[in-house]
Ligand binder design. Structure first.
Ligand SMILES: *Cc1c(COP(=O)(O)O)cnc(C)c1O
Length: 332
């Protein structure tokens, strides 16, 4: 059983309770479909978001290895770096963050506000890099330099997306299965933003095991589907191996890639329309980098009739709203 396999792994308790599964009443009326949201933007840690679930496992491993420094990388407005930096502060560890400017902007809010402002509060040591085309090499080199000065670094990959981090979303998948089963929602579609891939991989693996009637749909936020699929599938396989469970034959990595343009970190008009619609109809805050793009895909899919009639659609809200403050004069 996948839940027993998961229980063998220790984790920190950053997400003490199941996150809420809520019906979006006014939006459902507006679009004529039953739409729910799973609130992983409310993970109760440092303004929330999906990285807390991965960090429960990664942070625990860092402690087991007696690390004194967490190193990670991401965009200047990375939610992952914000949550990792907060965890380092909570555990009394140093944090080094390698940051890139993926949209090549000098806009002051992007450079200093939003998530970036919070890194300073958490006491993070920020180093800017030209790009993160080879993030693992940069992180490894940084770890070597820290070791040479007597430190014990622990490297957390971009987005926290390795097999251990993916366990957080296997666990979330089991939690989701309990919630939809309790509500009598025995089949439907779970829609989410697919970025560094562990959120998608963990949910796809868990649901293929315990909720095979549910469809999992990833909306890419940074690359075309043919490049994203092997990333997600690789994580599925390595995570199944780590757990000692099989990859069910019915597991399908479904991806839509029409909504991420012009590039990672840069919203398009559909993104902004989705953010405005959810804010004005539900008081719910999406973000310009991930959930705004993914929700734009969901809305377009409803329009095109791409979701089975009469079945619920659940949007996984992975967080990111702190970045809204960084994007003010850029686009919003
Ligand atoms: C990181 C992130 C994602 C993507 O999750 P991955 O596991 O990296 O694919 C989605 N939404 C938000 C708000 C994020 O910060």
């Amino acid at each position: 059983m996948i839940s027993e396999a998961l229980n063998r792994f220790e984790r920190l308790e950053l997400v003490p309770h199941a996150t809420p599964l809520q019906h979006l009443l006014r939006l459902s009326h507006h679009v004529g479909r039953d739409i729910y949201v799973k609130r992983d933007d409310l993970t109760l840690f440092a303004l929330g978001g999906n990285k807390a679930r991965k960090l429960e496992y990664l942070g625990c491993d860092a402690l087991a290895q007696h690390a004194d420094t967490l190193i990670t990388a991401g965009a200047i407005q990375s939610n992952h770096v914000r949550q990792t930096a907060a965890l380092a502060a909570k555990m009394g560890l140093a944090c080094v963050a390698l940051l890139e400017n993926p949209i090549d902007t000098q806009e002051q809010n992007y450079l200093h506000n939003g998530n970036r402002l919070l890194l300073d509060l958490f006491g993070t040591r920020v180093e800017h890099v030209d790009n993160l085309e080879e993030p693992d090499l940069l992180l490894m080199a940084k770890a070597d330099r820290l070791r040479a000065t007597g430190k014990t670094p622990y490297v957390i990959p971009i987005g926290g997306s390795n097999a251990l981090g993916t366990l957080g979303y296997v666990k979330a998948g089991l939690e989701f299965a309990e919630q939809v089963t309790a509500k009598g929602l025995d089949s439907g579609t779970l829609v989410l933003a697919s970025g560094s891939g562990a959120t998608h991989a963990g949910l796809a693996l868990a649901l293929a095991h315990v909720l095979p009637e549910w469809r999992v749909l990833g909306i890419t936020v940074s690359r075309p589907a043919d490049l994203q699929r092997p990333k997600v599938m690789g994580l599925v396989q390595r995570t199944a191996e780590l757990l000692g469970v099989n990859v069910p034959e019915n597991l399908d990595i479904e991806l839509w890639d029409d909504y991420y343009g012009p590039r990672y970190g840069e919203p398009n008009t559909g993104t902004l329309d989705a953010i405005r619609l959810l804010a004005s109809s539900q008081g719910l805050l999406l973000d310009p980098v991930y959930t705004g793009k993914a929700f734009a895909g969901l809305l377009d899919g409803v329009q095109k009739g791409a979701f089975e009639e009469g079945k619920p659609i659940v949007f996984l809200h992975t967080g990111g709203a702190p970045a809204l403050f960084a994007y003010q004069s850029l686009t919003l």
